[in-house]
Design a protein around this ligand. Structure first.
Ligand SMILES: [Zn+2]
Length: 472
């Protein structure tokens, strides 16, 4: 019996050592362990009383979870970095609704498109939102209609295959395009998004951003230099209260728009680097199985890396957001030295690539709720990245397009991951630290965030939780 138990313990120890957060064990304080117990108790209560909350209707249950004790705890927990967030899909739906109260906003009911034109618009089908609102039965009825166009609805997601969901999802970006690109609104949006992220104790935000799309009051394009200055100003605004806060931009090309657009984004990176240090690198987006593969843009990417004398154009590819075994984007992401991997869902089909990801110390930007709503998994408990964490691959938690999914920031993704993946305090600490470690910040600021800011903020967080929940 003694021998059996020894053998058993050996296996347990071996597995524990493989786990992605193993090295956090020795950093835990007695208070950290007490908070772990509190969190465990909360999760057990869900397991006993509301086990279905993470499986069933997201749209109904997200409200219950947002109002929960668990949410309030994870909301104040330091989250080193938010690595994967698309600029125009980041603000809340209600923030967009507020913008439609501006006289410059028009809506085309037939096309389901907004247009912003401060100096008036005489285009077939477009009527001012303020007028449409006046002619509706009530302002609330009109706003609710817009809300349902902008965000994903249960009908658009439930029991559907990913491609079917994407047909609705992709249109959301087109629908709000003008709202997000009008210069004055863009400033407001960016300010709102950064502030909400900072309020969730996120230290660095890395936005997937499309350069060169902004327009002014006359609908003339805003120069890249001005766009960057405008972004810089918003960051400085946040830094007045939170000096350590940082923003980085991953310039993102739309594969479906074509090579010319992709080349433009690469050129923008090289030009933009002259004006600022905001730019982290390059990425390509769109529904993976229904857009050209990374390989199709290989020449342009290689050329970009050569032309970018400053940083060799680091890449942060969306890849593996698919179930299709023939999709090979993950191979190219690795060969092109992608710094991080956006989603990486399909890595579960590639054991060799998983080894590579581990060896090269590449972080997977996992977006639990996005994967759930876009139909890549129907149950987060069996999300592939969970298994990869147990094999020692590193990940960070992101929200992708929270505005379209009905929330802001990334706290709700932590709530889902915590419940679905049985995360403990070591795991949470590691995920948060990974946000800094695998960010695009320079070494000096990373070191400062880890050794000064994180330690202090983590201690504060633990103290608040103990004060509020110990003995409760
Ligand atoms: Zn994305």
């Amino acid at each position: 019996m003694r021998q059996y138990k020894q053998k058993r313990q050996q296996i347990l120890d071996l597995e524990a050592k493989m786990h992605f957060s193993y090295d956090m064990g020795e950093t835990l304080t007695e208070d950290d362990r007490l908070v772990d117990q509190i969190l465990n108790k909360i999760r057990n209560k869900y397991k006993n009383d509301q086990i279905n909350i993470i499986i069933h209707d997201f749209f109904k249950n997200q409200k219950t979870l947002k109002d929960s004790e668990l949410y309030s705890i994870l909301d104040i927990m330091p989250k080193g970095g938010l690595h994967h967030l698309h600029t125009t899909a980041a603000p809340s739906v209600d923030f967009y609704i507020q913008l439609t109260y501006n006289e410059a906003v028009y809506f085309n009911e037939r096309e389901k498109l907004f247009k912003v034109s401060p100096k008036g618009l005489d285009e077939d089908g477009y009527i001012k939102c303020t007028e449409l609102r006046r002619f509706s039965a009530s302002a609330e009825e009109f706003d609710q209609k817009l809300r349902n166009y902008i965000r994903m609805t249960p009908e658009e997601c439930a029991s559907k295959e990913s491609h079917e969901i994407w047909t609705h999802f992709q249109h959301k970006f087109t629908l709000i395009n003008d709202l997000g690109k009008y210069k004055d609104f863009f400033k407001l949006i960016l300010h709102e998004v950064l502030q909400k992220c900072a309020a969730q104790n996120i230290f660095v935000v890395e936005l997937r951003h499309i350069f060169g799309m902004l327009f002014d009051d006359d609908r003339n394009p805003v120069s890249l230099e001005e766009e960057i200055k405008l972004i810089d100003d918003q960051v400085k605004h946040i830094q007045q209260d939170i000096p350590y806060f940082r923003l980085k931009l991953i310039i993102t090309g739309l594969k479906i728009v074509g090579k010319q657009h992709i080349r433009k984004m690469i050129a923008n990176i090289i030009e933009g680097e002259k004006y600022s240090n905001l730019i982290a690198g390059f990425d390509l987006v769109n529904e993976e199985d229904f857009s050209p593969p990374i390989l199709e843009f290989l020449t342009d990417i290689m050329e970009g890396k050569n032309l970018d004398k400053k940083s060799k154009m680091p890449c942060f590819f969306h890849c593996g957001e698919t179930h299709d075994r023939t999709n090979q984007n993950v191979y190219d992401a690795l060969l092109l030295n992608s710094k991080r991997i956006g989603h990486g869902f399909q890595l579960f089909l590639h054991p060799h690539l998983q080894q590579q990801v581990k060896q090269k110390d590449i972080c997977i930007e996992v977006c639990p709720i996005s994967n759930l709503l876009l139909g890549y998994t129907t149950d987060l408990r069996i999300h592939p990245v969970r298994f990869m964490l147990h094999r020692g691959l590193q990940a960070s938690i992101s929200s992708d397009d929270p505005g379209f999914f009905g929330y802001e920031g990334v706290t709700l993704d932590y709530v889902y991951a915590f419940l679905a993946w049985d995360l403990d305090i070591k795991d949470l600490k590691k995920l948060s630290l990974n946000g800094i470690i695998y960010s695009s910040l320079d070494k000096e600021h990373k070191d400062y965030l880890i050794s000064d800011v994180f330690e202090k903020k983590w201690k504060e967080f633990i103290e608040i939780v103990l004060e509020k929940f110990q003995g409760a």
